[in-house]
Design a protein around this ligand. Structure first.
Ligand code: GAP
Length: 443
């Protein structure tokens, strides 16, 4: 399958099956904002839950927070975003399109035949100028007197400004981390590739505060832990690789940075960054706020500003990785079977319950099983259409297990379990279904 074709099919499946819709579609849509439908919201929530469990619940040395999207405007001066969170922008005077000056080779001029901007004789590009990616808005009722505030372009700053609050309110000692999941906004010049680059998205970020001098070691530890998290999510290792930032690529705050890249149908691209941010952010916030952001090590009787190791991943981009990695087509008995091979723990629906036919007491037993499962798992009941078609619908939704109540159920109290990936079927005692499912998808 050609890769463009694969992406087109995935996008169309996402819309058809209710994973992702274009925002405000009935008004013609709005650029690069997407809405998650019933299946998509479950997928993204499962990814976020897995991240939160691994980063916060499973560890004693990380605390969670949920900071505001709007922050004091000085935060963004201190962080460097007001001065430097910019991309170089060029306009074409002929076709009025806008491009990132440093990504012209990735862009298409709207004129035909298809060429890069600047390559048609009629292209007339302006000089590049810096464009700040932060969304600005006004706090207060009167625009002219109100303060300009920004929609946060990253969640990280909400963590830095709460460093002391969390330290004082918890019993943590350095090294320890603060984790957060939340919305971020960037007025990207060239968003695109579905939910890969959008103007509104969610980040899952963790800043780990360490003693200077131990930062290189912690950086490597976090690299290993995050890599394993992706493998545990079931992502194919051959579609994952590291990209190390070399000198000119490093952000102004970073001493070292590695991206985790995935081979999307549109090429290799990063979806998580691990950064050694040094003491840059805490020191800048000290300077701009006038508040000391130091740690006092009682054992050593020593004060210092911690270094920060950051792990930062987009929940939407991670959902796209999960979708691209799970999408598969195969021929079964002469027909194409489209399926999403999600890891059972992130599958939007864990179990479908299906009576083989709508008679002979089968729906009653199936409904009982469904209600029994529903309180504990995302389950789905379907009695419409042939059993083959119902299985196919669940394959497209990525449901790992279907439980079918058939003629034998009434006789011996067993149901058929049909496995999405292998298509194998086995029989299971009705009473064992919840425990069997718990073993495979978690509670
Ligand atoms: N605090 C560091 C930081 O924000 P980043 O590399 O700019 O670093 C981290 O962003 C992650 O956020 C990216 O790896 C990506 O997954 C996600 N992300 C960034 N911009 C995005 C966008 N426009 N749309 C969707 N996800 C985005």
């Amino acid at each position: 399958m050609a890769d463009n074709d694969r992406m087109d099919k995935l996008v169309s499946l996402c819309k058809r099956r209710g994973f992702v819709f274009q925002s405000s579609e009935i008004y013609g849509g709005i650029g690069s904002v997407w809405d998650y439908g019933p299946l998509g919201v479950e997928l993204k929530r499962n990814i976020k839950d897995r991240w939160w469990r691994a980063m916060v619940h499973a560890r004693d040395d990380i605390e969670g927070i949920d900071a505001g999207i709007l922050m004091h405007p000085r935060v963004w001066e201190a962080s460097g975003h007001v001065a430097g969170f910019t991309d170089p922008l060029v306009d074409c005077r002929t076709c009025k399109a806008r491009f990132r000056a440093d990504k012209l080779l990735d862009a298409q001029c709207p004129q035909k035949p298809s060429k890069h901007p600047g390559e048609h004789s009629t292209c007339d590009l302006t000089e590049a100028r810096q464009f700040n990616l932060m969304f600005r808005t006004f706090m207060g009722p009167m625009e002219d007197t109100a303060a300009v505030v920004y929609l946060r372009p990253e969640t990280a700053q909400g963590i830095f400004v709460n460093f002391l609050n969390v330290l004082q309110g918890s019993r943590q000692k350095v090294p320890f981390g603060i984790a957060q999941i939340g919305k971020a906004f960037r007025n990207e010049i060239t968003p695109g590739n579905f939910i890969f680059r959008t103007r509104e998205f969610e980040q899952m970020e963790m800043q780990f505060f360490v003693r200077p001098g131990t930062d290189d070691e912690w950086f490597e530890r976090w690299r290993a832990l995050r890599w394993q998290w992706h493998l545990d999510l079931g992502i194919r290792p051959e579609r994952l690789r590291w990209h190390q930032h070399v000198h000119g690529e490093l952000a102004h705050y970073a001493k070292a940075a590695f991206d985790v890249e995935y081979e999307f149908p549109f090429g290799w691209n990063e979806f998580e960054g691990i950064h050694n941010r040094t003491d840059f952010d805490l020191k800048r916030h000290q300077e701009y706020s006038g508040k000391k952001l130091e740690y006092f090590d009682q054992e050593k009787n020593e004060r210092f500003v911690p270094y920060v190791i950051e792990t930062s991943i987009g929940a939407d981009r991670c959902a796209l990785v999960a979708l691209c990695d799970a999408y598969d087509e195969e021929t079964v008995e002469g027909e194409t079977r489209v399926l999403l091979r999600f890891h059972p723990q992130i599958a939007p629906i864990k179990a479908a319950v299906l009576p083989l036919v709508k008679k002979d007491g089968m729906p009653e037993i199936a409904e009982r099983l469904y209600h029994d499962l529903k309180g504990r798992f995302a389950a789905f009941y379907d009695d419409g259409g042939s059993i083959g078609r119902r299985y196919r619908r669940q394959d497209e939704a990525g449901t790992p297990f279907c439980f079918t109540v058939d003629g034998q159920t009434k006789e011996d109290g067993t149901v058929t379990v049909r496995h999405r990936d292998s298509l194998q079927q086995e029989r299971l005692d009705l009473s064992r279904v919840p425990a069997w499912l718990t073993e495979r998808v978690g509670a």
